[in-house]
Design a protein around this ligand. Structure first.
Ligand code: RP5
Length: 198
């Protein structure tokens, strides 16, 4: 499966797909044990999956068969330490595969996936998510000249919002969706206070 996966990524990079057919956001993580934090959904606190789907994105599982939604994201488990060649191929082909931004999460004390991906995929922006508190120093600790944007531990939800903010500079519908979503988030905070005082 490893060779097939690398092969598939390479083929997708040389395919002639239009931007509307390819995922804009790539979500990668070092282990399937990161899925809860990275995706959220019904597993606990909201994560990147929730923010993106709330904003109208659909998950694209087959590169050659895009969903109807205009904006899509993809999800891969890629480990900097256990599958370094796959990490390299993913990061190196990302731009040619049509991605505009990568959200990369890793845990442990050597949370190297976001950092290495940012270095290889440069100049494509990478948003790092430290999956645990102890991963923060590793994720944000980049040397001068090797940029990586990062969010706080576990905040893949914010990483997704930041990714859509980047995309919204080119797509007005995403700008409008972000504004509307922000209004909704404000209302939900206000509801909590209202409930406390009713
Ligand atoms: C990191 O090591 C992964 O991102 C994960 O957060 C952590 C532990 O991985 P598992 O041992 O649970 O697979 O590379």
């Amino acid at each position: 499966p490893l060779a097939n996966l690398q092969d598939r990524l390479q083929k997708e990079a040389s395919a002639d797909n239009s931007p509307a057919e390819t995922p804009e956001v790539g979500i990668i993580m070092g282990s399937d044990s990161d899925l809860d934090v990275m995706m959220g959904s019904e597993t606990g606190r909201p994560g990147a999956y929730d923010a993106l789907t709330d904003l109208g994105f659909a998950e694209q599982t087959d590169y050659d068969d895009p969903p109807e939604a205009r904006f899509t994201f993809e999800t891969y488990v890629v480990s900097a330490h256990r599958t370094p060649e796959l990490m390299y191929t993913y990061a190196e082909t990302a731009e040619d595969r049509g991605l505009d931004v990568i959200i990369a999460g890793a845990g442990g004390k050597s949370a190297d996936l976001p950092n290495m991906t940012a270095s290889i995929a440069y100049p494509l922006p990478v948003i790092g998510v430290p999956v645990q508190e102890k991963s923060v120093a590793s994720v944000i600790g980049m040397p001068q000249g090797a940029p990586l944007v990062a969010v706080d531990a576990g905040k893949s939800f914010n990483a997704a919002l930041s990714a859509v903010q980047m995309l919204s500079r080119q797509h007005e519908e995403l700008r409008n969706a972000l504004e509307e979503y922000h209004d909704g988030l404000q209302e939900s905070v206000a509801h909590v206070s209202e409930d406390l005082h009713s």
